[in-house]
Design a protein around this ligand. Sequence first.
Ligand SMILES: Nc1nc2c(ncn2[C@@H]2O[C@H](COP(=O)(O)OP(=O)(O)O)[C@@H](O)[C@H]2O)c(=O)[nH]1
Ligand SMILES: [Mg+2]
Length: 252
Amino acid sequence: MYAVLILGTAGSGKSTLASRLVEWYTSKGANAVTLNLDPGVTDLPYEPDVDVREYVSVEEIMDRYRLGPNGALVLASDLIADRLEDIQRDVDGLNPDYLIVDTPGQLELFAYRASGVMIARELRCDAKASVFLFDSMLVDSPLNMLSIALLATSIRLRLGLAHLNVLSKIDLVRDRLDEIIGYSADPARLEYALQMEKDSELYMLGVSILRGVRRYGLSMGLLAVSSLTYEGMANLAAALARMLREGEDAEQ
Ligand SMILES: Nc1nc2c(ncn2[C@@H]2O[C@H](COP(=O)(O)OP(=O)(O)O)[C@@H](O)[C@H]2O)c(=O)[nH]1
Ligand SMILES: [Mg+2]
C-alpha cells in the first residue's frame, strides 16, 4: 500500500483533491481509499472509507471536558494520535493499493501537533508521500508565493516525508498561471520580482528566505492542478508514482 497525505492551508482544496485522486486511481483499476483525519469536518465532498470521526467526536469532547469548539478541536486532533492502531486496522481491512489521506482544515492542528508527526512516522505502508497545496488564490504576489513556499518547507521539515508541491485551483488563475509557474520553475525570476517590493526590509527578508528555500523548498517547481477541470491530474499521478517507487526502493 502507498499512502499519500494531502496538506495545505484551510480551503486550499485538500478534500476535493483527495476525492479526485481516488477517482483517478479507481479509474485506472487500482483499489484506492480515503482516510479522513479531520475530526471537526461537517461536510466532505466524498464519503470517507476510513474516518477518524468514528473514534474522536468534537461534540463529545466539548461536553466531557467542558471546552469550547476551538479547544475541543485542538484536543480532538491530539487524540487522533492515540487511535492510530484503530485507523491502521480499518485501513488494512480494506487492503488498498493507495490510501489518500485528507488532513484537517486547520493545518497547524495536524502538522504542528502530535498527530501529524505520528501518522507520518508510524502509519504502516510500503511508501508515503505528502502533497502540499499552494492555493492559487493565495499566490497573488511574489512575497505571498514565497511565504507559502516557506510554509511548505516548514511542513516538510516537520513531517520528514517525500514531498510534492502542487498549485491547486489553476482554473481560477488562468491569466496569472504562466507567471506563477515561472516563479516556481526559476527562483531567479522570483527574486527579480521581489525587487519590485517597495518595503526594503521585507525585500531583504524575502530574498534571504528565498535563497534558503530555493534549493529544497521549490527545487521541483510547482505541479499545476485543477480538481474542477482535472487538468494536471495525470502529471500529479506520474510524479507521485515516481516518488512512491523511490520511497519503496529506499525502504527495502
Ligand atoms: N475552482 C476550483 N475550486 C476548487 C478546486 N478545488 C477545490 N475547490 C473549492 O475550494 C473550496 C475548498 O475546497 P476543499 O477541498 O474543501 O478545501 P480544504 O479545506 O483544503 O479541504 C471548495 O468550495 C471547493 O469546491 C479547484 O480545483 N477549482
Ligand atoms: Mg478539507
